[in-house]
Design a protein around this ligand. Structure first.
Ligand SMILES: Cc1ncc(COP(=O)(O)O)c(C=O)c1O
Length: 283
């Protein structure tokens, strides 16, 4: 798939023919929002929840959704290529203004872009992570395309041989650069509560829901760095990385330094959910 078909402003066209204006406010200011939706067996995972979050992000930046839910669903349906695991990327920017000006122009036409990519298999051996100061803004609940802090923090993790940087604000863990975090502390699954400090992850909510349905103790509460560093298990979650165990944090083993028992249970529940999505009519 060298030149896949993408969607841009009402048209389906080859990726290398897709063009946007250099005056697009997404390009000039990072003035836009996005979504990433995993697709299994040709079916989007939690589509309504993803579209609701997109609408919330748009509302937070003073924009209306350019498409209805049914139109988004139809668009996604046309981009999906075959039954393999893939993810759909949706991006809406405020569009091009007449000149470069921070203030929002009265009339702009949003730029709507979407593309589909294969989801790569997730490693099951566990990954290393570092903790870094959360230098981002206070509206991290918006899935904004303005991702420079996340890019620089992730690169610092990569430079140090790690898969993710877990961010810490005023002594408490918030989330990863592109993932939510979970810890198992005294046998309880814990994740920080929603708010401006983190993105309300769709995978995070699904993991909490699956854990609760299976009778596993789970809590949403703030996690102090010291507690986090001594947790029995740490996981990161995202649409493309699913539930990924962190086995080393800041150069020290997490628990026994291998994926934990609670993770095994929750990861199996997650795989089972994906499998049901592929094969059952309603999940
Ligand atoms: C900052 C951040 N937090 C959390 C997540 C996880 O969200 P989701 O589970 O909806 O993919 C992401 C996903 O990219 C993210 O960028």
């Amino acid at each position: 798939m060298d030149d896949p078909v993408v969607y841009l402003n009402g048209e389906f066209l080859p990726l290398n023919q897709a063009r946007v204006s250099v005056l697009d406010r997404g390009f000039l200011f990072g003035d836009g929002v996005y979504e990433v939706i995993p697709i299994y067996g040709g079916r989007p995972l939690r589509l309504d929840e993803h579209l609701r979050r997109l609408e919330d992000s748009l509302r937070s930046i003073r924009m209306d959704s350019p498409l209805s839910r049914a139109e988004w669903a139809a668009l996604i349906g046309r981009l999906i290529e075959g039954p393999g695991d893939q993810s759909v990327y949706l991006q809406v920017t405020r569009g091009a203004g007449p000149k470069r000006d921070h203030a929002i122009p009265k009339e702009t036409k949003p730029t709507v872009f979407a593309m589909c990519s294969p989801i790569l298999p997730v490693p099951v051996v566990g990954v290393s992570a570092i903790t870094l100061d959360d230098i981002r803004w206070r509206w991290c609940n918006i899935k904004a395309i303005t991702l420079l802090p996340n890019v620089l923090l992730r690169q610092e993790a990569v430079d140090r041989g790690c898969a993710e940087a877990i961010l810490v604000r005023e002594g408490y863990v918030t989330e990863g650069t592109a993932s939510n975090v979970f810890a198992v502390i005294d046998g309880v699954i814990v994740t920080p509560p929603k708010g401006g400090e983190l993105l309300p992850g769709i995978t995070r909510d699904l993991v909490l829901e699956l854990a609760c349905a299976a009778g596993l103790p789970a809590q949403e509460r703030r996690i102090a760095l010291e507690q986090f560093a001594n947790a029995e298990e740490i996981w990161i979650t995202s649409s493309t990385r699913e539930v990924l165990p962190v086995v080393e944090l800041d150069g020290r083993p997490v628990g026994l330094g291998v994926p934990g028992r609670v993770w095994e249970r929750v990861a199996a529940l997650y795989q089972d959910f994906k499998q049901r999505l592929r094969t059952e009519a309603a999940v």
